[in-house]
Design a protein around this ligand. Structure first.
Ligand code: GLV
Length: 333
């Protein structure tokens, strides 16, 4: 049996190492534009394939599944998969996979890049020089930031990425609080973490870093009431999903001086509109959803997408299966 009989639509040009494997094994079509395919395009392409290699910008829901009688697997190029209606996929016997693990350290690094950039005003400092403002030489009160060393870090969501962020915080001698739906006594011991409820964490932390997946329960988890609990000198860092934070409430908190600053790699709407008021604030650092964007990690993610497809069509349970319940509905392959 040649596996090449299976057809795959890859919704964007993913790094070569993974794409090559997919192209070698499957009849492959790749969406070549930088911009995502429209919903209509996804529906049309899905109608003709056995597999989708999807990105977090692609909404994969009943409309897609209805049009795709042969679709057996959606292999997501991301750890988060809130863009996929997994329940519906499971019900229809469609496998869903993601790319966990490989991007943990890269994403944790970027949470720290954001945290340090906003605390020490790195973007402001860079702009300051480039725009010709550095005229008076060194000055004792020029571009003052806040200390990170020995401050209190509050981690919201102690999954792989949250834990990797905590590990780095040890080097900064920080006091580390965390909140999660599940307590993790082993990590508490290993890293000296303290579990608290979310409201207490927000009251006590100097830096709050968010690492929860987007779900019904985490939508606007950080809302107006919770932002009000934070210290005036505290910073919010988010590189999970934009919708975990109520952006309008965040703007109000930043504008009103309720919190000191925020750094985000993710937004309620992506790309963020240029007239979003958050972009008018200079205590905000922003990035265009690039937390896992290192050469090595993106390449490895593409390989994982390929591995999931190859294993699945080889009749095996794909290594990064998200919906194990699907095995009760259908066998791999
Ligand atoms: C990126 O946001 C991911 O979920 O991998």
């Amino acid at each position: 049996m040649s596996v090449r009989k299976h057809r795959v639509f890859v919704t964007r040009q993913i790094p070569e190492r993974g794409l090559q494997i997919i192209e070698d094994r499957f009849e492959t079509e790749v969406w070549a534009d930088l911009a995502p395919p429209s919903k209509q395009v996804i529906v049309e392409k899905a109608a003709k394939v056995d597999a989708l290699a999807s990105l977090l910008t692609d909404k994969i829901d009943s409309e897609v599944f209805d049009a795709a009688p042969n679709l057996k697997i959606v292999a997501q190029f991301a750890v988060g998969y809130d863009n996929i209606d997994v329940r519906e996929a499971t019900r229809r016997g469609i496998f869903v996979t993601n790319t966990p693990g490989v991007l943990t350290e890269t994403t944790a690094d970027f949470a720290w890049a954001l945290l340090m950039a906003v605390a020490r005003r790195v973007v402001k400092a860079d702009n300051y020089i480039r725009s010709g403002h550095w005229e008076v030489g060194w000055h004792p009160t020029m571009i003052l930031g806040r200390d990170i060393y020995r401050a209190t870090l509050g981690i919201v969501g102690l999954g792989r990425i949250g834990a990797a962020v905590a590990r780095r915080a040890k080097g900064f001698n920080m006091k580390i609080l965390y909140y999660d739906v599940m307590q993790n006594p082993d990590l508490e011991k290993e890293l000296g973490l303290k579990f608290t409820d979310l409201d207490t964490l927000l009251r006590k932390a100097d830096f709050v870093s968010i690492h929860v997946p987007l779900m019904k329960e985490t939508h606007h988890l950080i809302d107006e009431r919770r932002l009000k609990l934070m210290k005036k000198k505290a910073f919010l860092v988010n590189n999970s999903r934009g919708l975990v934070v109520d952006e309008k409430a965040l703007y109000k908190a930043l504008r009103g001086g309720n919190i000191a600053g925020a750094a985000m790699d993710v937004f309620e709407q992506e790309p963020i509109a240029l007239d979003n008021p958050l972009l008018t604030l200079d205590n905000v650092v922003v990035a265009p959803h690039i937390s896992s964007a290192s050469v090595e990690t993106r390449s490895r993610m593409a390989e994982m997408v390929a591995e999931n497809l190859v294993e699945f069509f080889g009749g095996k349970i794909p290594p990064n299966l998200v919906n194990r319940d699907v095995l009760e509905v259908r066998k791999p392959g």
